[in-house]
Write a protein that binds this ligand. Sequence first.
Ligand SMILES: C[S@@+](CC[C@H](N)C(=O)[O-])C[C@H]1O[C@@H](n2cnc3c(N)ncnc32)[C@H](O)[C@@H]1O
Length: 247
Amino acid sequence: MPDTAFSPIDPVPEIDPEFAAFGGSVKNPPAAVRVLSALLRFAFRLLYYQLAFTYDLVAWIVSAGEWADWRRCVIPFLPPGRVLEIAHGTGTLLLDMAEGGYPVTGIDLSGAMGKIARGKIRRRRKSAANSGSALFPGLVQADVNRLPFQAGAFAAATSTFPADFLFQQSAFQSVHRALRPGGVWIILPAAYPEWFAGRWLPDEKLISSGAVWRTLIRKMEAYGFRVRMEIVRRPRSRVLLIMAEKR
Ligand SMILES: C[S@@+](CC[C@H](N)C(=O)[O-])C[C@H]1O[C@@H](n2cnc3c(N)ncnc32)[C@H](O)[C@@H]1O
């Protein structure tokens, strides 16, 4: 459902300086911060493109096997209707949502991620060939800042472990436009192992009261979302969800 009225020629979005401030002084960050941040960007770029084939293994290792379980925490919060998964990565959550009966479309900027997700969908299609009525996700290679869909096309959007687009105001505008009024953007920005959260963030409110989250909520509210946070408890971890409803 491409929308020809939607112009894909906006300038490349910048990280909102208010968020950059959490990494140090914006105008003149210490050299160590600049080097670390450049290295991290390089590593993430490799992981999303050249090394995308290692993504599932890396995610499994860094989460001690919990990544897929964390991602699935968004599913019980989905309203009925069409879902947009923003930055689907290797596509496992897309398949989980489709299996849960949701008509779902995934977008990701990385063609390498799209290729892996397409392969998973193709294999799932083959193994479900005899079952008849299964739903399968659609995939579009796109930038969240320039979503190529009609306004109001989706009842919900999800973003699990989003990249830095979470700090780009053009992403708020673009997702807000793609949602129908009352539609909800469910974001899973972080999960904490229980040993850490229980000791250092004993009060659940403390997790969501961090300066970054408060700034994010304020910004999203300025772009027409009503925002609340949820903590989902899992046996060995706590998962933070941001629920942003389009006003
Ligand atoms: C940390 S991965 C998360 C993948 C998946 N959602 C998950 O939970 O494992 C971040 C994903 O965001 C994608 N991405 C980064 N910037 C993007 C943008 N501007 N628009 C769409 N996708 C983007 C990357 O290609 C990558 O697949």
